[in-house]
Design a protein around this ligand. Structure first.
Ligand SMILES: Nc1ncnc2c1ncn2[C@@H]1O[C@H](COP(=O)(O)OP(=O)(O)OP(=O)(O)O)[C@@H](O)[C@H]1O
Length: 249
């Protein structure tokens, strides 16, 4: 397993976020600071209502913090994600981030290949021919080549999630955010999904941040965080799982 490089790819700095007022006020994130690195698969766990989705949304540029910063690597420098205008932030997200959702979020009318092709055509202006070739290569890599022409209704849950992973990876983003990516799957398929995410981090240099309740993921990730009442703690140091995974192989 590659060691994290010295320079982080994403820095969360003193993030605060509350919802509601008066007696209804809820502190979702309370002074959260941490760093993520290229080639790192990081897991975020914590009880229901602890702030995990809030943190994922703030890191990925979807929900603004009340205060604090998200500094994300963008080319040679860092971008202050919440210092950008909404349009600039949208462009940053299109260029640099991929998402994987619990419910797959695939278009029912499109084949597996077309789900990937539209990302390349919309986000990267790829020609139809290039988009089809790249989508095919990605699906082959995910063991989905034979299913390229099938629509979501003809795919199993594990296969759908592999298409969703392909869709997140195909534009080669620096950051991939995944919200409960295995929760709808049995463990055999869930394990395969985690292994694909780990490979994507280690071979493509992406930073992958996964929110999950699933403790079975722990041996596969490079680092794990625990969020409780809006406070973040690192529970597993990068590198500690490499040995454990080898030991289990
Ligand atoms: N839009 C909102 N309006 C009001 N309160 C909210 C909103 N979003 C989240 N909260 C509150 O903020 C806190 C953190 O919620 P969040 O969804 O981030 O937790 P979570 O750890 O992702 O939970 P779960 O594991 O159940 O998805 C909770 O108390 C929640 O009720």
């Amino acid at each position: 397993m590659p060691l994290p490089s010295a320079e982080p790819s994403l820095r969360a700095v003193r993030l605060m976020r509350t919802f509601g007022d008066g007696a209804q006020r809820r502190v979702a994130l309370n002074d959260v600071s941490f760093q993520l690195y290229p080639s790192q698969l990081a897991l975020l766990m914590g009880p229901s209502g602890s702030g995990k989705s809030t943190l994922l949304a703030i890191l990925s540029g979807l929900l603004n913090p009340d205060s604090g910063q998200v500094m994300a690597k963008d080319g040679p420098g860092f971008t202050d994600v919440w210092g950008l205008s909404p349009d600039e932030r949208e462009q940053f997200r299109l260029r640099n981030t991929g998402f994987i959702f619990q419910g797959y979020n695939l278009f029912p009318a499109l084949s597996a290949s077309q789900q990937l092709e539209i990302i390349l055509k919309w986000g990267q202006d790829a020609s139809t021919r290039d988009a089809r070739r790249k989508a095919g290569e990605m699906l082959d890599r995910l063991g989905m080549g034979a299913q390229a022409n099938k629509k979501p209704a003809q795919l199993s849950g594990g296969e759908k999630q592999r298409v969703a992973i392909g869709r997140a990876l195909v534009k080669d983003p620096m950051f991939i955010f995944a919200d409960e990516p295995t929760s709808a799957l049995d463990w055999e398929n869930g394990q395969h999904v985690v292994e694909l995410l780990r490979d994507a981090a280690h071979t493509r240099g992406a930073t992958i941040f996964v929110v999950s309740h699933d403790h079975r993921m722990l041996p596969y990730v490079d680092t794990a965080y625990h969020l409780e009442d809006g406070r973040l703690e690192e529970t597993e140091r990068a590198g500690s799982h490499g040995d454990r995974t080898k030991g289990e192989a």
